[in-house]
Design a protein around this ligand. Structure first.
Ligand code: SF4
Length: 179
């Protein structure tokens, strides 16, 4: 593993026009502060799984342990498409030695914890987006954070430290495997 420490970032946070409405969500804390420490790898799972930009808004529906990614108006189930993308790409992310991830909060794909899951007519609970959930499943120790929270200096500092620690642990693991 050589070069700068790499982390994945939801591509819309880096100013890429990949959101469902054709816009971006450029986050100056990430491009101005986090970028001083890490090389940022932009990833948009919705575009990556083959959806166009702009596209119909989606939301999560169903059970906590098996949420479905549904288009809001036309009721198309995109779950399989997203999970196929994750299955194909997560190994690739491992090979890129990503040591952390910053996600766009509340996205049904990228949010980590406060994404609305519609479990019934009037019932909404908080969950993780499908892509973030798969990242967490595959890389359980990797530091993950939501962009909004990184505006808090303490949380930001903790995240930066955790990424460096993860990177160091990862380097040691690679050295052990090659010795
Ligand atoms: S939140 Fe995630 S899926 Fe949505 S536009 Fe940004 S990178 Fe793409």
């Amino acid at each position: 593993m050589t070069g700068p420490v790499r982390i994945g970032v939801s591509a819309c946070l880096l100013g890429e026009y990949v959101r469902y409405d054709g816009e971006h969500k450029l986050d100056l804390c990430i491009t101005g502060v986090i970028a001083k420490f890490f090389a940022l790898v932009p990833i948009c799972p919705e575009v990556g799984c083959g959806l166009p930009t702009p596209r119909e808004a989606m939301r999560l529906e169903g059970e906590q342990d098996a949420p479905r990614l549904m288009t809001v108006q036309t009721r198309i189930d995109r779950t399989g498409q997203m999970l196929d993308y994750c299955a194909a790409k997560l190994g690739e992310f491992g090979k890129m030695d990503l040591c952390g991830f910053v996600f766009k909060e509340r996205s049904p794909s990228c949010g980590i914890s406060a994404v609305p899951l519609y479990t019934g007519a009037d019932s909404v609970v908080a969950t993780a987006g499908l892509f973030a959930r798969e990242i967490r499943r595959r890389f359980p120790l990797m530091p993950l954070e939501e962009a909004e929270r990184l505006n808090n200096p303490e949380i930001r500092e903790r995240f930066i430290e955790s990424v460096f620690l993860y990177h160091r642990a990862h380097l040691s693991a690679v050295a052990c495997r090659t010795n």
